[in-house]
Design a protein around this ligand. Structure first.
Ligand code: TTP
Ligand code: MG
Length: 384
C-alpha cells in the first residue's frame, strides 16, 4: 500500500491585524480593526481576536463595527506591508519543501510527504513551521495536518488562533460528520440550501447518502461530494511561483565605458539577486543582462542555465561574457542590470549530481545568514 500523504494547510491568524499588533506593541491585547474607518462607508478587512469577542468579523460594514466596539483601534490597511510579510512567510514554508501552493495572501498548502525523511513526521514539520514563523516573523499561524488538502484545510480552522490540529485517517469521518455541508468545497449558498431542504444538513448526512439520490440536487458532482464528505480528496498540491522575476539595476552618476567598473557592478547585481533567490528559496532557469547606452538605447541579452540556479557565480559568468561581447568603448553605458527569470523552487535532486553546486549553495547560505546577523558589510567573500 502507498504511504499516506502528508499535507499541511497553514493559515495566519488575524493576518493584517496581527501584523499591526506586532509592529505597534501598544495595540496588543486590544480590539484592532483593519479597513475603512468606523464613520465612513466601507468594510472591515479583518480584526484581531480581541475584536471578535464584540461580534466583529471580516467584511462587516465599518459603521456596524463602530457601533459594536466604539473604543476599538481602527487602522487603514497597508497592502504593501502585508504582501511583503506574505512573501517572508512563503519563504519560510519553502525551507521545508518546494511543494508549496499559495492560496491567498495568508494561506498555503504544503505537501511534506517527501520531506518527512529529513525533518520528521508531518506533525513535527508543522511544529517547526509554527515555531519559525513565530520566532522569525513574530506572528502566529494555525496549521492543519492530514492526508489531503480538504482535510488539512478543515483542520487548520478547528483550533484558531495558534492551533495545530491533526486529523488522523481513522478519525476523518467522525471529525467531518458534525460540520455543516457548507464546509464542503464547491458547496456555495445555493447548493447548501438545496441540500438542506432535502435533509442533508451535516457532512455526516452526506457520508451515508447514495450518490444517485443526490444527482437531482447537485448533478454530476454527486459522487465527488460524497467522496469529500468521507474525507477523500486526491487533488495534488500545485506548486506555483508568484514571483516572476528578481532583478537589480544601477544607473551610473556619469556614463561610463570602464569595463572593470561595469563588471564589478554586474557582480554586485549577481550577488544581490542570488541572495534574494536564496531568501525566497527559488532558483532561476534563465537570466538577462540589461544595458542602457548614453543615448537611452536599451538592449537585453539572455542566458539559459543547464540547471536552475541561485548561485551568484552561475548567474554572473555567462552574462559577463555577454557584456564583453558588446564592444563597450564605442558608446558609453548609462545603466546596467541583471534579472533572474523563469523562477522555480530549487531541485534538491539536481544539486546532488553536482556536489560543488551544493557546496557553494551552503556556503552562500552561511554567508547570507552571517550578513543578516552582522550587517551586509561585515563579511565579504573572496572576489568581492
Ligand atoms: P483570513 O485568513 O480569512 O482571515 P484572518 O487571517 O484575518 O483571520 P483568521 O485568523 O480567521 O484566519 O484572511 C486573511 C487576510 O485577508 C485578512 O487578514 C484580511 C484579508 N481579508 C480581506 O481583506 N477581506 C476579507 O473579506 C477576508 C475574509 C480577508
Ligand atoms: Mg488567516
Amino acid at each position: 500500500m502507498l504511504a499516506v500523504r502528508g499535507i499541511l494547510h497553514v493559515d495566519m491568524d488575524a493576518f493584517f491585524a496581527s501584523i499591526e499588533q506586532r509592529d505597534h506593541p501598544e495595540y496588543r491585547g486590544k480590539p484592532v480593526m483593519v479597513g475603512a474607518p468606523p464613520d465612513r462607508r466601507g468594510i472591515i478587512a479583518t480584526c484581531s481576536y480581541e475584536a471578535r469577542k464584540f461580534g466583529i468579523h471580516s467584511a462587516m460594514p465599518s459603521r456596524t463595527a463602530g457601533r459594536l466596539c466604539p473604543h476599538g483601534i481602527y487602522l487603514p490597511p497597508d497592502g504593501k506591508k502585508y504582501a511583503a510579510e506574505s512573501r517572508e512567510i512563503l519563504a519560510i514554508l519553502r525551507k521545508f519543501t518546494p511543494e508549496v501552493e499559495p492560496v491567498s495572501i495568508d494561506e498555503a498548502f504544503l505537501d511534506v510527504t517527501a520531506s518527512r525523511s529529513v525533518f520528521g513526521d508531518a506533525v513535527e514539520i508543522a511544529r517547526k513551521i509554527k515555531a519559525r514563523i513565530f520566532h522569525e516573523r513574530g506572528l502566529t499561524a494555525s496549521v492543519g495536518v492530514a492526508s489531503n488538502k480538504f482535510l488539512a484545510k478543515i483542520a487548520s480552522d478547528l483550533n484558531k488562533p495558534d492551533g495545530l490540529t491533526v486529523i488522523a485517517e481513522e478519525d476523518k469521518e467522525a471529525v467531518l460528520a458534525p460540520l455543516s455541508v457548507g464546509r464542503l468545497w464547491g458547496v456555495g449558498r445555493v447548493t447548501r440550501d438545496a441540500l438542506e431542504k432535502h435533509g442533508y444538513r451535516t457532512i455526516g448526512d452526506l457520508q451515508k447518502a447514495d450518490p444517485q439520490h443526490l444527482r437531482p440536487l447537485v448533478g454530476s458532482r454527486a459522487q465527488h461530494l460524497v467522496d469529500l464528505a468521507r474525507g477523500k480528496d486526491a487533488r495534488p498540491v500545485e506548486t506555483a511561483v508568484e514571483t516572476k522575476s528578481i532583478g537589480s539595476e544601477h544607473t551610473f552618476e556619469t556614463d561610463t565605458d570602464d569595463l572593470l567598473l561595469l563588471k564589478r557592478t554586474l557582480w554586485g547585481h549577481a550577488e544581490k539577486v542570488a541572495r534574494e533567490l536564496r531568501k525566497q528559496n527559488l532558483a532561476a532557469r534563465s537570466a538577462t543582462l540589461k544595458l542602457r547606452y548614453a543615448d537611452f538605447a536599451t538592449i537585453t541579452r539572455q542566458t539559459t542555465f543547464a540547471q536552475p540556479t541561485q548561485d551568484e557565480t552561475a548567474l554572473y559568468e555567462p552574462l559577463e561574457r555577454r557584456l564583453a561581447d558588446e564592444k563597450i568603448g564605442r558608446r558609453k553605458i548609462r545603466l546596467i542590470g541583471l534579472t533572474a527569470r523563469a523562477l522555480e523552487p530549487p531541485s534538491i535532486q539536481l544539486d546532488l549530481f553536482d556536489p560543488s553546486a551544493e557546496k557553494r549553495r551552503r556556503l552562500a547560505q552561511a554567508v547570507d545568514d552571517l550578513r543578516a546577523k552582522l550587517g551586509s558589510r561585515a563579511i565579504r567573500r573572496l572576489g568581492d
